[in-house]
Design a protein around this ligand. Structure first.
Ligand SMILES: [Zn+2]
Length: 456
């Protein structure tokens, strides 16, 4: 896509005009909202996160990476903060440090903080996240640790600015659709263009919803737009910092709506890829398609959300099956990240380090207004979770994945039984596991149900 085409597309998007709204009276029965953002593009040449095949650290940027915060306060006293970043995901230790600081500084409790990510594969590696898959030396590890501390401080400071800017606001939800996400377990990447050309349906479950909400000030001016999509941010695998397609979608929306901030949350897209991919032109075009879906839906289908807010959060101890030591010894003889993972685990065992047998998995549910439920799941949840939660919670539910911690793939029972990459891939994330226990889907859905009931 040439610069001219990008601007022509954005101009067409601007014509959709999501800013139209009526003024609202400033009384006690309104929302208050505040929004802030900060550039988080590393200024050191750090390693890029998400792919094991990269050979060297980042070299420049396609556009800046951002961290954004939206603070909400409802008329019933409910408070919440959404933090959204152009990163692979907040690791648990970072999430805990950020939440501790937000409690100490602003009195925010854990249930009131949602840490979302775009899961871009052109963002920075964070401390102790997927370390087995990158050839990191000591200097690179130190630089990553420095950057991680910086990112955490920026998150806390940005939330502080969002809270300081709280002002009377009106919230409306919307729902659009975009169809570039393809089930990567059921489709060979090379087959997709010809299947599409022939008009044949692509096999495998997907979820093409683009849910979200607009936040306008008392005069009706757009302050922020929040939106999600269930698809890996893996168009690009190069060496330049980039928010991938969600980054371009946010840029396009912000270009059209001067002064407004766009915040993205990745949905249950662990088994979904944007196909075809691997060019900046495709990345921009998917971003524009998503932005267009948001703009059209926000203009046509906005439904006002009453100023009530309830929040809940829990961690679930999910069990997994440990690896067999003999098998690890065979793997350790090989090469690549799987061998690295196996050698590290064997060394831990030899040093008497006890392997984890369970993991504290985060589940969060917010209710905005009478019946807008927002579920946030940790890890790389597959698309079945989005589809099952629509049945369980209701068709308008918003489901974020990669939220509050990203520790592993989270298979549904179907994917767990089928096997394959998304059923485990523990050597990528590093846990001493070969697979989760088979009741993983039942336990997560039961916990969501329990939290939905607690905020109903
Ligand atoms: Zn992923």
């Amino acid at each position: 896509m040439t610069r001219f085409h990008w601007f022509a597309w954005v101009a067409a998007l601007c014509a959709v005009g999501i800013a139209a709204a009526c003024a609202v009276a400033e009384d006690a029965r309104t929302w208050r909202a505040g929004v802030a953002r900060a550039v988080i593009t590393p200024d050191e040449p750090l390693w890029l996160a998400g792919y094991a095949a990269r050979q060297r650290p980042a070299e420049g940027k396609l556009h800046d990476l951002w961290l954004k915060a939206l603070a909400l306060e409802a008329a019933d006293g409910g408070r919440a903060v959404l933090v959204s970043g152009d990163i692979l995901g907040f690791p648990r230790a970072s999430a805990e440090r950020i939440c501790t600081a937000l409690r100490e500084k602003y009195g925010l409790t854990r249930d009131q903080i949602m840490l979302a990510a775009s899961h871009t594969h052109s963002g920075p590696v964070l401390e102790n996240a997927l370390y087995d898959i990158y050839p990191l030396d000591e200097a690179q590890c130190e630089a990553i640790a420095r950057y991680t501390r910086h990112l955490e401080a920026v998150a806390v400071e940005t939330v502080g600015r969002a809270l300081q800017s709280l002002t009377t606001a009106q919230l409306s939800d919307f729902e659009g659709s975009a169809d570039f996400a393809v089930n990567r377990r059921n489709n060979r990447e090379a087959d997709v263009p010809s299947l599409r050309e022939r008009g044949e349906p692509l096999p495998g479950p997907v979820n093409h919803r683009v849910p979200g909400m607009t936040i306008r000030d008392a005069a009706g001016k757009l302050m922020a737009v929040v939106f999600g999509y269930a698809c890996h941010a893996t168009v690009l695998d190069g060496y330049q910092w980039c928010g991938d397609y969600p980054g371009y979608a946010q840029l396009a929306l912000e270009s059209c709506q001067q002064g407004a901030t766009a915040l993205f949350f990745a949905g249950c897209g662990a088994d979904q890829n944007p196909i075809p991919r691997r060019s900046v032109e495709l990345c921009e075009s998917y971003g524009l398609r998503l932005a267009e879906a948001v703009a059209k839906a926000a203009a046509e289908h906005g439904r006002p959300l009453e100023p009530t807010l309830k929040t809940s959060f829990a961690t679930l101890e999910l069990g997994f099956e440990p690896p067999d030591e003999e098998r690890l010894r065979q793997m350790a003889e090989g090469s690549g990240y799987t061998a690295h993972w196996a050698r590290r685990l064997l060394a831990e065992r030899q040093a008497g380090v006890a392997w984890l047998r369970t993991y504290p998995y985060p589940v969060q549910v917010w209710r905005l207004g009478a019946d807008q439920y927002w579920v946030a799941l940790g890890g790389e949840a597959v698309v079945d979770y989005a589809n099952r939660l629509e049945e369980l919670v209701g068709p308008r539910v918003w489901v974020a994945a990669y939220a509050n911690d990203v520790m592993a793939y989270i298979p549904s029972r179907r994917v767990w039984e089928e096997g394959g990459y998304e059923s485990g891939a523990f050597s990528v994330y590093g846990l001493p596991a070969v697979r989760w226990q088979g009741d993983i889907e039942d336990r997560i859905l039961a916990e969501v149900k329990r939290l939905v009931d607690s905020v109903r």
